[in-house]
Design a protein. Structure first.
Length: 762
């Protein structure tokens, strides 16, 4: 029996009596830049680092400092040198020993079980052996003047402003952990550790508890604007990659297309209807055997290259779902033979050779045959409450709001497979492997990786994160909006959703499979729900329809001349009209600290009304106000127009003063949108795919009311020639007093010249 036992480590958070609290000055504080400070402390005084791979900066020689740091008996105050205001105080640090355990599995019981998350290998646990200790660290902060905090990733708790809240931070199908906080009161924090964490705020301060780390290691980032704080975060962790132009068009997906013919015929129907679409997606279960095998079943996908060629011939791109857990297939045997597998049948992303070998499979079957983009599913890569439903506590079944139990379950299973000190890092390294190996293969195609998990620094690997396998209900829809805004507030700007939600029906058994529309697209109430989500997602960085239980193609919701079909088509057409604006914002994210979709506090830090506003946000200078309940409940919605400027109704051009609430009708084809006075919004013609817009005129819609500028970015739309300067930037400056626009060439390229027209909104 013992010869069949594999030994792995699990760091369990177990209550201990021993506790050390630091109130001594023995804390290392150093300036990274004039605006960024690194703070380190450990229980024994050593500072070995947490070795996360999150930070990639080069420390600057700091000649002048914008922050005054006072260290009084170990209490560290961060003071704005210009105003003399204390922004934050680090008042104490704790360390607690945590028991480290070894889980012993019985390999003889290994079996594959079908779950909602795919097929997984499970084994019986024989015992747990105590083998040592790790350290839990807790940092205590005081910030009584902080009125709003954002970030920490995308979570299920339905919080916008995190002041006064508790957040259980770990990776999960429906949770994405990013240990970054941002405040409109002038600062941000990056906690550089790779473990599960817990954030707790009492309204006057907060604690950050790191479950298993070698030391406390965090960065204080000062910024007069939240955009400045984001820029500081990206200086530390890497710039946002510029995604290919097609990533900003419409993406058609579902669970799932079952053959090459299915994919080709679906795309052909979009083209026949002249409905714009840029990419179609192959979801899971295309493999011939086992699970997660990067090989297409030749019975249904006889020629992968011919498939990609057919998609390209219709001027579209092809994305494919790939998984980190090959099981019961030749790929798994190969990885195991090479020592590239971890427990729970996930490959070892922390091993560079394993990452290269994973790429070899992806390249041989897909990329070399012309596939364009990756969908890295299940990149957490494990869930503690998904494959086996946790037991009830008393008469209360496990459910959506069991945040603490979910945290404990996922913390344990991820620590088991990965080690507790790196239990949150899998997606970061998985994304790195795909990005670096594709870049080493060719620069002709930009990397695009849609993935379900993320971490600080992942923005440098060309990922877009979606929010997991949500269920279709109006309540769930409402909760997704603040979740996404807090994710994008961390400095990771690319986030999206499954339009229509993943689980549409209720299977009556599983806590997550609780959709409210048993008849799917045959139910008019679901068509309304889908349409409203589609309107919202049109103003996210990626617009993608996806889900299970019911089809998602536009013709499933009616025909031309029917309300839902027409409303969906209206949004797709609008998305393509706005492509010059969206792509220029994507470039601004690459070159600076810009975030295209963001909480209102980014732009209105002094307007306290917006601090906890969950259902409005900015997409560029467009105020987006999703409709989050059915028309049977309300035929209008209240909209808050932030104070400080006037606002134009996007549809009618009527203008309103800021600082007021208005009541807005919401017909099924109407999404409330308002444009900030003092904006330049470039638009172009509706086309069937993004590249077809390259020679179309651009109209600059100028919304007067204040001086403003806009930088129009153009390049080839794919490939990395832009990194060598093959792009153009033209800056347009609106003078409010003279009512005149001026053009200034920032970077010139004769390749990217389009006719420019000016339209001043009156």
């Amino acid at each position: 029996m013992r010869n069949r036992i594999h030994l792995f480590f699990l760091i369990m958070a177990i209550s201990v009596i021993a506790n050390a609290q630091d109130k001594t000055p023995n804390v290392k504080v150093e300036f990274v830049t004039p605006k960024i400070i690194r703070v380190q402390w450990s229980a024994d005084g050593s500072l070995p680092g947490n070795n996360t791979g999150v930070c990639v900066y080069e420390r600057q020689k700091v000649k002048s400092e914008e922050i005054v740091v006072k260290n009084e008996g170990g209490c560290i105050s961060f003071i704005d040198r210009k105003t003399g205001k204390t922004l934050l105080r680090d008042v104490a640090r704790e360390s607690q020993p945590v028991v480290q355990e070894r889980i012993v599995y019985d390999d003889a019981t290994a079996r594959m079980e079908e779950t909602a998350n795919g097929k997984v290998t499970v084994k019986d646990i024989i015992r747990r052996d105590t083998i040592g200790e790790s350290t839990r660290y807790i940092s205590h902060f005081s910030c009584p003047d902080t009125k709003a905090l954002y970030g920490l990733g995308a979570h299920m708790e339905d919080y916008m402003n995190l002041v006064g809240k508790t957040m259980w931070l770990t990776q999960h199908n429906l949770k994405v952990m990013i240990p970054v906080l941002m405040s409109p009161q002038g600062y941000g924090l990056l906690f550089d550790a790779g473990c599960a964490m817990k954030y707790s705020s009492d309204g006057k301060g907060f604690t950050m508890q790191m479950e298993a780390a070698k030391q406390i290691d965090y960065y204080f980032i000062k910024g007069d604007r939240m955009e400045d704080i984001v820029e500081g975060y990206r200086y530390l962790t890497g710039r946002v990659q510029l995604l290919p132009l097609y990533a900003f068009g419409y993406i058609q997906s579902k669970e799932r297309y079952v053959s090459s013919d299915d994919l080709i015929n679906t795309l052909r129907e979009y083209r026949r209807r002249h409905v714009p679409v840029d990419m179609i997606v192959q979801d899971w279960n295309y493999w011939p055997e086992g699970w997660g095998y990067m090989k297409m079943n030749r019975k249904y996908y006889p020629d992968p290259k011919a498939l990609a060629d057919s998609i390209h011939a219709m001027n579209a791109r092809l994305m494919v779902s790939i998984w980190p857990n090959p099981q019961y297939c030749p790929e798994e045997k190969d990885f195991r033979k090479r020592g590239f597998m971890l427990e729970h049948s996930v490959y070892d992303v922390f091993n560079a050779n394993a990452r290269r070998h994973y790429w070899k499979y992806a390249n041989d079957e897909f990329f070399s045959n012309g596939f364009d983009a990756w969908w890295c599913d299940s990149s957490e890569p494990l869930d503690g409450d998904w494959n086996k439903i946790p037991e009830s506590l008393g008469d209360k079944p496990y459910g959506w709001n069991d945040h603490k139990r979910r945290w404990q379950l996922n913390k344990d299973i991820l620590s088991d497979a990965l080690g507790a000190e790196r239990s949150s890092l899998y997606s970061l390294y998985h994304s790195m492997g795909l990005y670096e190996n594709q870049r080493a293969t060719t620069d002709v195609k930009r990397v695009l990786n849609l993935t379900r998990s993320s971490y600080a620094g992942q923005q440098r690997y060309a990922t877009v994160v979606w929010n997991g396998d949500t269920h279709a209900s109006w309540e769930s829809y409402r909760q997704q909006i603040p979740a996404g805004l807090n994710y994008m507030a961390t400095g990771n700007p690319y986030w999206t959703v499954d339009v229509g939600s993943f689980f549409v029906k209720n299977d009556g058994r599983r806590w997550f499979y609780t959709g409210e529309f048993q008849d799917g697209v045959n139910d008019e109430s679901y068509r309304e729900y889908y349409t409203r989500m589609f309107q919202w997602a049109t103003f996210l960085p990626m617009l993608r329809s996806h889900g299970s239980d019911t089809p998602r193609e536009i013709w499933r919701f009616g025909e031309v001349g029917t309300p839902y079909y027409d409303a969906i088509l209206k949004m797709i057409n609008l998305r393509y009209t706005l492509l010059p604006y969206i792509y220029s914002m994507a470039a601004a994210q690459y070159f600076s600290g810009y975030t295209m979709a963001r909480p209102l506090a980014f732009d209105y830090p002094d307007d306290e009304v917006v601090y906890d506003l969950k259902d409005e946000y900015l997409f560029g200078n467009i105020l987006v106000c999703p409709v989050t309940c059915p028309l049977a409940e309300a035929k209008s919605r209240k909209v808050y127009l932030p104070k400080g400027n006037r606002w134009y109704d996007f549809w009618t051009n009527e203008s309103y003063d800021g600082g007021q609430w208005i009541e807005v009708p919401v017909a099924i084809d109407r999404l409330p949108l308002y444009v900030k006075a003092g904006s330049i919004i470039p638009i172009s013609e509706v086309v069937e795919y993004s590249a077809a817009q390259a020679d179309k005129p651009i109209t600059l819609n100028v919304y007067p009311g204040a001086n403003t500028t806009f930088s129009l970015y153009q390049d080839s739309g794919d490939g990395y020639a832009f990194e060598q300067g093959d792009y153009s930037i033209t800056k347009y400056e609106w003078n409010e007093k003279k009512q005149r626009i001026r053009q200034k060439t920032i970077r010139k390229s004769n390749k990217f010249k389009r006719e420019i027209q000016i339209n001043i909104i009156r």
